[in-house]
Design a protein around this ligand. Structure first.
Ligand code: TRP
Length: 347
């Protein structure tokens, strides 16, 4: 089976957008590939997570992935910091990565500006980095985010990496560093990892605020962990309008979003019913939203229950983390032994 690796940043709870956009595909992938899914807790240090937050977010993400159907017997699900071999490979990759190429990556530039408290229009990042009077600094881990990501991937010799389009530049760097390692040491140890865009297959879930997709920061999301009352409150508050005045008119974005959500979670009859009402200018958004909230709750309830059960079962969570760490370490240690030998260290 081909090897697949993907990392999940432990930032908050999963929402419906994450579920339909990624997690559901992961659940499919574990049947056909040798999957390594890990929680990128080292990566989260690049943006200053506090220790107690890390522990809590890692636990939450783990429970949520398990509740969604990631099967620790099929896939290897582990916590990045449990596999120290990754850090050693990261060290070697850093020796072969240029500061310049790392500084030119878009995500570095964006996050560095935030850490330096300079705006998009302000002077160059380089100038501020060297400015002794700026009391803020960019942490070096942020600069080397792409080499760590490369280490995550090639430590298992992955050939496919399911990621969003926003990760394309990081993936290009990962391929470049893998190639460079091979070229430097005249080896073919590492295959070039290809990105495998979920967005082609996955559903894009709209948000509740009338525009764009569901996302964490925009406050327009329904989380898998939300209870019935919260779901109802959020859906009832979703942006709509006064309703169509002409039969069969085109739906404005906010309305289309409600219909798209309904298409995802409701039965086809339900969708058709409200669609006809819309086309006849008889739609009552209050009724539609009530139905939508009910159907979202029907979808979320079993997952929510599982999340809560798993969260309450520390013994199980610990067992899963330990099993994942064991499987991932075995694969990582094998690669690292080869790497050490190739470079000239005792294996
Ligand atoms: N950078 C990825 C993100 O922000 C997370 C990640 C870290 C990752 N290491 C990875 C993804 C390795 C795929 C493979 O979503």
């Amino acid at each position: 089976m081909e090897i697949v690796v993907s990392g999940i940043r432990p930032t908050g709870n999963l929402h419906l957008g994450n579920y339909f956009g990624a997690v559901k595909s992961f659940v499919e992938l574990q049947k056909e590939y040798n999957c390594f899914f890990f929680i990128a807790d080292w990566h989260s240090l690049t943006t200053h997570l506090q220790p107690e937050n890390i522990r809590r977010s890692v636990k939450t993400i783990l429970a949520e992935y398990l509740a969604c159907g990631i099967d620790p017997e099929k896939a290897t699900i582990y916590i990045q910091s449990d596999v120290r071999e990754v850090a050693e490979l990261y060290l070697y990759l850093n020796m072969n990565a240029g500061i310049g190429e790392l500084m030119r990556t878009t995500s570095f530039k964006e996050k560095a500006r935030q850490q330096l408290r300079i705006s998009n229009t302000d002077a160059s990042i380089e100038k501020e980095i060297f400015n002794e009077n700026n009391k803020h600094s960019v942490n070096a881990g942020l600069l080397t985010y792409p080499t760590l990501m490369c280490a995550d991937i090639i430590i298992h010799k992955a050939v496919k990496v399911p990621v969003g389009k926003d990760q394309e530049q990081n993936m290009e760097m990962a391929r470049r560093f893998a190639r460079r390692f091979n070229a430097t040491y005249h080896t073919e140890l590492f295959p070039e990892p290809a990105s495998f865009h979920l967005s082609n297959k996955a559903l894009k879930v709209p948000g509740l605020d009338g525009s764009g997709k569901m996302g964490k920061s925009e406050g327009n999301a329904i989380y898998l962990i939300d209870d019935e009352k919260t779901i109802r409150k959020k859906v009832m508050k979703a942006v709509s309008d006064a309703g169509p005045t002409e039969p069969n008119s085109e739906k404005p974005e906010a309305i289309q979003n409600l219909f798209t959500l309904m298409e995802i979670v409701s039965a086809k009859d339900t969708y058709d019913f409200f669609n006809d009402k819309y086309n006849n200018c008889e739609i009552r958004y209050g009724d539609m939203k009530k139905q939508l909230a009910e159907d979202i709750n029907l979808f979320c309830a079993p997952i929510r229950e599982k999340i809560n059960d798993i969260l309450a079962d520390e013994v199980y969570l610990d067992k899963v983390a330990r099993l994942g760490a064991e499987k991932a370490s075995e694969s990582a240690a094998k690669t690292l032994k080869e790497v050490r030998e190739i470079i000239g260290f005792r294996p």
